[in-house]
Design a protein around this ligand. Sequence first.
Ligand SMILES: [Zn+2]
Length: 473
Amino acid sequence: MNPFINPLITIPFFKNYILDPGRIERLNAKKLEQYQNKALRKMVSYAYKVPIYNKKYKEAGIHPNDIKGIKDITKLPFISRQDINKNFPDGIISSNFNKTKGYVICTGGTTTKYCCNSGSEPVCTYTDMPSMLRGNLIAFRENRFFNLNWRKTRFAHIGNFNPFKYDEVFDKNVITYAKSFFSFKNYLSIQASKHTHKIIEKLDYFKPDVIISYPAIFQDIAYLKRKGYGKNIQPKLLLVGGAMLDEYTRSYVEDVFDCRMFNTYASCESGAEIAFECTERNWHIHADFFHLEAVDENMELVGPGERGRLVITKLWGSGTPIIRYTGMEDWITIGDGEKCSCGLRSPIFGKPVEGRVNSNIVLPDGRVFPPSAFLFISSVLHGLETFKVKRFQIVQNRVDEIEILLIIDEDLRDRGPSFDEIARKIKKIYHEKTGPDITITVKEVNEIEDDIDTGKPAPIVISHVDTFKNCNI
Ligand SMILES: [Zn+2]
């Protein structure tokens, strides 16, 4: 049966369709807080029926009645990736949840590193049709901000459509049925692992207004566009997610497409976008859908403006509750309440998300760099005003050994600064930042290997160094 003819699904959806997109702009701070408090109480009551949460709450001596609102959230214990994994499947859903009507969604994880047997292990959670529909309403909010009409704007999404990935589950279970009622001719889904020439061909034929993908995919298609492919690809907006976007890649892609590129921030566990970057380049948090906290390495809360590890709480949805979940492992900085000049009222991050905790670069002297704070290469390439680096990757092989891999655009090899000059400048800046005892090697390579297990391009910063500091979440 088409779930869209089930009133138990469509009635709440249309109610949310009316209320959700505009809520955060409609409510003043006090009303928003009341909304969050009510949503949290509902989620905690729901979680109490889920075995892993029930066990943890009982061990902590907490009952849902103790949680009146967000101010009480710190009474609740954290839940980790391992907690979810060890209790999959029946321990992470309530006994009322109908598994046959639910969907399993898994994170990609990565085989490059298993940090203290946990770090990047894939994690699988449950969701269902109403939750997927609701999560998608966040996109309507963002579309509104960018003046995009979901019925008319041509969206091309180059994502991960492997089984159990959010994109695939959504396409198969939501779009397939929604097609009976709406035309989706203005939506194109492309598997990111396809050959870049094939992606360009499809985009060229489709002529998208908006392209959504990973940074490395944008860089690959931008490279081919630079070579004269995809003349009909003239988007108005590029939305990037799933990995960190560095300033060099951003300028490389924006220059080719002559349009702006903005970040979106989501995860499989969140089931919706948590935040998005506005035209003023601030990251707005969907605070009516998520409550975010940041903690230090001892799991103590850090204040606004201070960098910490993300602890996320979903204030909506069914399936697996996500309450004080530590498994996303990103560095974030909560804002101090400052409002953005773009006009949106939603809270903003103090600074952009800085990448995965387990990709930290840790030096022998104990200094720790979040991935985004170790991208000195971007400023070198910017300063040299060159686009001859087609792609790069920073790999820490040992605590005192860092390799910087560059793919050079053959057509630009003899133009502008030479490879040697680029390599020398990159090496110099990394030595200045790390100290002379670290071996820095800048190497030209023909390709950067993507990890097929993750179904998406390799990260731009990888660390193979395992340290306690990286592992205690
Ligand atoms: Zn803004």
